[in-house]
Design a protein around this ligand. Structure first.
Ligand code: CP3
Length: 349
């Protein structure tokens, strides 16, 4: 049932461990506010969640960046916080502020989360995937995704984004059994969610662990590595052969253990990871993805050109996927994105 065979696509080849020249490129959050056509669609719906839950519009914005730029993959348009929403938690996106959730901070609130309702609530995402796959060129794979249990749990417990995830860490330290129940629930729902995305047509999966960097070593083992490993195991059982990219943002030196121990097929590297570390310690284990500073893509100019060359020089001689070290910023000029794609295509030919 493979639409795109690994041998026909640079992203799938790199994920299979091959050195691809030029390397594949896609950008985290490649659909979004830096595109005027995204802002037009966004203006048609009252809330961001309405957009995520409207398969017609979500499919449209998924395809938008592919019409402008020659990316090697599409990523389904949704959000990691669709999972708490599907579990029955109140989730809102406040303009100019970010997500706001009704905090889930004790055993009682966790017990109220509705695992059974989640499957149905997530159905619009599967429909989006089906629509996208019907329209995508056959040579371009679609990436499905979810947030990692730890990162999603931080939003659920904090009631939104936070600087240091202190409330979530406090719950994890003071009542680990309760926190574990939340994490276990998220492993279970997220595994089902990823598998259904594959059944709908996603050919690659990414797990976003955006707040992995604020855990202690012990916390990283218990709340990042262990749940991610269980999540990846379930995906490998139920959707065998689908490559999984793990993105433990801010993991620092612990990224090496993440690459060894979680079972992911590739690791996403954030902007802070030194290229020598990525090459010697991570790429020696699994294909790597990253890690251009999104702010440098806003800046553009010679500094951008130089850094792209440095990344290519360090990493393109092995299995590598060009990406940013975090999501693209809304203020990114379109011609800088075009320049980046050009540099990556030309730079290592
Ligand atoms: O990559 C893609 O193009 C797919 C779409 C995608 C979105 N969010 C759309 C979005 C993906 C993969 C995400 C992941 C996501 N969402 C993460 C993990 C990656 C990361 O950035 O660390 C996180 C932590 C979230 C949670 C989230 N969603 C926040 C904190 C915010 C508000 C901050 C912001 O950038 O506005 C969102 C909103 C959001 N998700 C927007 C988009 C396009 C902007 C909302 C809008 O357009 O009105």
């Amino acid at each position: 049932m493979l639409r795109v065979r690994p041998s026909e696509n640079p992203l799938l080849s790199a994920l299979a461990g091959k050195t691809v020249s030029p390397p594949p490129i896609w950008l985290m959050r490649q659909a979004g506010r830096y595109l005027p056509e995204y802002r037009d669609v966004r203006a048609k719906v009252a809330s961001f969640l309405d957009l995520c839950l409207n398969p017609n519009l979500a499919a449209e914005v998924t395809l938008q960046p592919l019409r402008r730029f020659q990316f090697d993959a599409a990523i389904v348009f949704s959000d990691i916080l669709i999972v708490p929403y599907a579990l029955g938690q109140k989730v809102e996106f406040i303009e100019g502020e970010g997500p706001r959730l009704e905090p889930v901070s004790d055993g009682k609130a966790i017990a109220r989360l509705d695992r059974k309702a989640a499957g149905k609530a997530l159905a619009p995402v599967y429909e989006t995937i089906e629509r996208v796959v019907a329209e995508l060129p056959e040579t371009v794979p679609l990436i499905g995704f979810c947030g990692a249990p730890w990162t999603v749990a931080t939003y659920m417990v904090e009631g939104g984004g936070s600087k240091d995830q202190a409330k979530a860490r406090l719950l994890a330290y003071s009542d680990p059994a309760t926190f574990e129940r939340l994490i276990d629930l998220l492993v279970d729902v997220s595994a089902g969610y990823l598998v259904q995305q594959v059944k709908a047509g996603a050919q690659v999966l990414q797990i976003f662990d955006s707040w992995a960097g604020n855990l202690s070593e012990e916390g990283f083992d218990r709340w990042c590595i262990a749940p991610t490993r269980r999540l990846v195991e379930r995906v490998k059982e139920e959707a065998p052969g689908t490559p999984v990219i793990g993105f433990p943002r801010g993991a620092g030196l612990l990224a090496e253990r993440y690459a060894r121990e979680t079972g992911v097929d590739a690791i996403g590297c954030d902007t802070g990871q030194p290229l020598t570390f990525i090459k010697d310690r991570l790429q020696a284990l699994v294909p790597v993805q990253g890690n251009l500073d999104p702010v440098l893509l806003v800046a553009g100019g010679e500094a951008l050109d130089r850094r792209v060359q440095a990344i290519l020089a360090a990493l393109a001689s092995g299995p590598f996927i060009f990406n940013l070290g975090h999501g693209i910023l809304p203020e990114t000029p379109l011609d800088h994105v075009a320049r980046l794609v050009h540099l990556v295509r030309a730079g290592s030919a």
